[in-house]
Design a binder for this molecule. Structure first.
Ligand SMILES: C[S@@+](CC[C@H](N)C(=O)[O-])C[C@H]1O[C@@H](n2cnc3c(N)ncnc32)[C@H](O)[C@@H]1O
Length: 285
């Protein structure tokens, strides 16, 4: 049985956008798992995760990659899944419980302010979370502080806007319908905020990491149709949902319909393949 202890941590009275999107993100776990399979494997390999290690998973969400870590560290190791969203965590705990892993713990906390001891982990991973932090440099500094000397920190984020056209289509269409101006794609906390060439690697250096290695990974999202992608984003894409939240239902529907029509350009003979490119950066403390 899973131990599933939740230690200390920060309680957040207000719902985050990710709390509201948590059920959608959880409902699409199968599709997300397939989409991120190869990238996740490479992230865990780069972090050199192996049997017996104590690993921190930052911004773990519904805990999909946490289970992969738990499998790799085995019964002699453990993984602590942390996230800001209480909503996501309910799913993470349920998934860990169903999986039967007894080596997963969860902790509700801000990745920019980890209530964890210095050098208390062998490795740290963060899948598609760091770019959402208001202050990612602080998040990286915290990861550097809690990993042991010689340990790896491996982070996966979206790369450039040009190589993530689906995100660009969603954001620009939502901005147009929501009459939102001045939406810099690199603004802090946005999906593409760490997509400027060289920026994340430099941030690793500033946080004190050495031997930083960076790789771009093609990660197309393969689904039956553009409609399936729209359904996924409508239910789980917190940043896009937030951009449309002030519109009435009919106006929101118009925006989603235009996104679907624009995304249909990625239809193929066998379904829909939305291009995505991820950036995997790993540093050593
Ligand atoms: C796109 S989801 C990714 C979840 C999971 N890592 C995965 O790949 O399935 C982003 C997650 O980052 C979390 N998050 C955003 N800002 C955070 C912060 N400052 N501290 C901790 N978690 C944060 C959200 O709550 C959400 O669960």
């Amino acid at each position: 049985m899973s131990d599933l202890s939740e230690t200390g941590g920060t309680r957040h009275a207000d719902l985050t956008p990710w709390d509201r999107a948590a059920s959608g993100w959880n409902a699409h776990t199968g599709a997300i798992r397939a989409w991120l399979r190869a990238s996740t494997d490479l992230m865990l390999l780069s972090a050199e995760i192996g049997a017996g290690m104590r690993v921190l998973d930052v911004a773990a969400g519904a805990g999909d990659q946490t289970l992969d870590v738990a499998a790799r560290v085995g019964t002699g190791g453990s993984v602590l899944a942390t996230d800001l969203s209480e909503g996501s965590f309910g799913y993470a705990r349920a998934r860990a419980m169903e999986s039967g892993y007894g080596n997963i713990e969860t902790l509700l906390c801000d990745g920019q302010d980890l209530p964890l001891a210095d050098a208390s982990f062998d490795a740290v991973v963060c899948r598609l979370g760091l770019m959402l932090f208001p202050d990612p440099a602080r998040g990286l500094a915290e990861m550097h502080r809690v990993v042991r000397p010689g340990g790896k920190v491996s982070v996966l984020v979206f790369s450039t806007p040009e190589n993530n056209p689906c995100l660009g289509i969603m954001a620009s269409t939502a901005a147009k319908h929501g009459k939102l101006t001045g939406m810099d794609p690199f603004r802090p906390g946005s999906l593409l905020s760490l997509g400027r060439a060289g920026e994340l690697e430099a941030m690793f250096g500033q946080a004190g990491f050495s031997a930083t290695v960076s790789t771009t990974l093609s990660a197309p999202f393969m689904l039956a149709s553009a409609r399936h992608y729209i359904d996924f984003v409508r239910e789980s894409g917190a940043p896009v949902i937030a951009m449309l939240a002030h519109l009435d239902t009919a106006a929101q529907q118009e925006a989603w319909a235009e996104m679907e029509q624009r995304l249909a350009s990625f239809n193929t003979a066998t379904g829909w393949a939305g291009p995505n490119e991820l950036l995997l950066v790993t540093g050593t403390r």
